[in-house]
Design a protein around this ligand. Structure first.
Ligand SMILES: Cc1cc2nc3c(=O)[nH]c(=O)nc-3n(C[C@H](O)[C@H](O)[C@H](O)COP(=O)(O)OP(=O)(O)OC[C@H]3O[C@@H](n4cnc5c(N)ncnc54)[C@H](O)[C@@H]3O)c2cc1C
Length: 463
């Protein structure tokens, strides 16, 4: 039974602080990026290292406490907290150690990508990550992970060399091609279902320090034509080049004409990772197409490009996402996307189309747990707003547009883009043909489903 004596004993075993609802830092630590999910744990263990994580797992097991693991706290489904349970907060575990000779980085389980880029760019190196620097390394990696470098160097999990985990039994284990290979397979796309990763080891690559980066911007009336050209361009673009299309309300940036600001536009955001001259040549057909109203593609520090969009997705707003993997942007899909963009319900909502392909799709769908190796794009209906009283309209917009797009697409989704109330059908679609093997590995490492505050894989020895 959990009583004052057991709590005090637990607290003395931890090096980091144990927060209770009355602690000063409690609210700040329990609050997540998405204010739609507002859970109140009974306790928060702010772990400083592996030993604290082991003590916390053992304490939660002994007292049958529901458990949540917080990496960056950035997941749209708000899975990093739990009502009346124990939150294991890894955010103090944020060190990054780069070995420039081996071109590897050892990253603690609670670091954010801004910390990784900060340290790796010192040596002109990087590993594929996401497009927002405040995202946690933990959640992004365990779901797969893609961003500006992925067409050239693969998913984040394709660059994972090994990981150290604490299991449901409180054991410290290594996962790598030679150590617990089933576990290593499962954590490369199966999320936080198998244990708490206390450190990741990544392969690094040359990147920057300067890359070619920025948007070419079209008015909504020209968007369908621009997207058709984008599809043609994307289909044989070199892997150094990645282009994301984003419908949004034009912000008041100096390079956007005043009369366009505040209207819905299509940003065609480009990155070329390689020589600036080659990049300028490669991106020319895209930048010169049609009638763009603005173009701000320019040599940019990779590190700066990695946090350029951070202000568009601040912590503490209300968010709801629905997304689809897309093989190719057909005319029907493009028309549907434009129709959805005409109905953006708030000025913060957007529709982001991320280009995949390249090295991502050169890996077999069953060689890691991430199964979507044939998708060309991911389109996300990103509803974002400020006030709880406004909840209904943006959520309905995302759902309606998702359903309309669903008529034309393959019906699968990226696990890291699922919202908190997705049904089982979408969960199954997110793990795809790897779901059975994931259930078997889960049965081996977490047979009682202790780690279930995640996009859950229910253990089954039969798969
Ligand atoms: C604005 C925005 C942009 C994004 N862009 C991209 C993108 O470009 N590419 C992309 O791939 N993804 C992107 N994502 C999705 C992102 O990958 C997920 O939200 C991811 O889950 C965030 O990781 P986190 O550690 O911050 O999350 P958290 O909310 O802390 O955790 C998410 C899940 O992972 C588990 N977890 C976290 N760390 C660990 C750990 N060390 N060990 C075990 N379990 C852990 C948690 O328990 C939870 O179940 C984006 C998200 C946002 C909000």
């Amino acid at each position: 039974m959990m009583n004052n004596a057991s709590l005090e004993q637990f607290e003395t075993k931890l090096r980091g602080p144990l927060l209770r609802p009355e602690s000063d830092d409690y609210d700040n630590t329990r609050r997540l990026w998405n204010a739609m999910v507002d859970q109140k744990p009974a306790l928060i263990a702010r772990c400083t290292g592996v030993a604290d994580v082991v003590e916390s797992v053992n304490f939660a097991q002994e007292h049958s406490l529901p458990l949540a693991v917080r990496g960056g706290g950035h997941n749209v489904a708000g899975l990093a907290s739990v009502d009346d349970g124990l939150m294991i907060d890894l955010s103090l575990m944020d060190s990054v150690h780069v070995d420039p000779e081996e071109r590897t980085a050892r990253v603690q389980g609670g670091a954010t990508w801004s910390a990784v880029d900060h340290e790796t760019q010192l040596f002109g190196l990087a590993t594929p990550s996401g497009i927002i620097s405040t995202t946690g390394v933990g959640g992004l990696t365990l779901g797969g992970g893609f961003g500006w470098l992925s067409r050239k160097h693969g998913l984040t999990v394709d660059n994972l060399l090994s990981a150290d985990l604490v299991t449901a039994g409180g054991e410290v284990v290594k996962a790598s091609p030679n150590n617990n290979p089933d576990l290593f397979w499962a954590i490369r796309g199966g999320g936080g279902n198998f244990g708490i990763v206390t450190s990741f080891e990544f392969q690094l690559h040359d990147a920057g320090p300067q890359v070619l980066f920025g948007p070419t911007i079209y008015q909504l009336k020209d968007a369908a034509e621009a997207l058709r050209h984008y599809q043609a361009f994307a289909s044989d673009a070199p892997n150094e080049c990645t282009v994301y299309a984003d419908f949004m309300t034009a912000p008041p940036l100096p390079f956007i004409p005043k009369e366009v600001q505040g209207t819905t536009v299509l940003f065609m955001i480009q990155m070329y990772v390689g020589s600036i001259e080659e990049g300028l040549e490669t991106l020319k057909p895209l930048r010169e197409f049609g009638n763009p109203v603005a173009d701000a593609v320019a040599p940019t520090l990779y590190k700066e490009a990695q946090c350029r969009s951070d202000p568009l997705f601040p912590k503490g707003r209300r968010y709801y996402w629905k997304s689809h993997n897309i093989t190719a942007l057909s005319d029907e899909i493009i028309d549907e996307l434009v129709s959805c963009a005409k109905k953006l319900p708030t000025a913060q909502c957007d529709i982001l189309i991320q280009q995949l392909g390249g090295r991502i799709n050169e890996v077999a769908p069953d060689s890691t747990a991430y199964p979507h190796r044939k998708s060309g794009f991911v389109a996300t209906l990103g509803a974002q707003w400020e006030q709880e009283a406004q909840d209904d309209e943006p959520v309905a917009w995302a759902r309606d547009c998702h359903a309309a797009l669903g008529e034309h697409v393959q019906g699968s989704a990226y696990v890291n883009f699922l919202s908190h109330n997705e049904n089982q059908e979408w969960l199954q679609a997110a793990y795809g043909n790897n779901a059975d093997r994931l259930r078997r590995v889960k049965a081996q490492y977490d047979p009682n489903n202790f780690f279930r505050r995640n996009h859950n894989i229910v253990p089954s020895a039969a798969g």
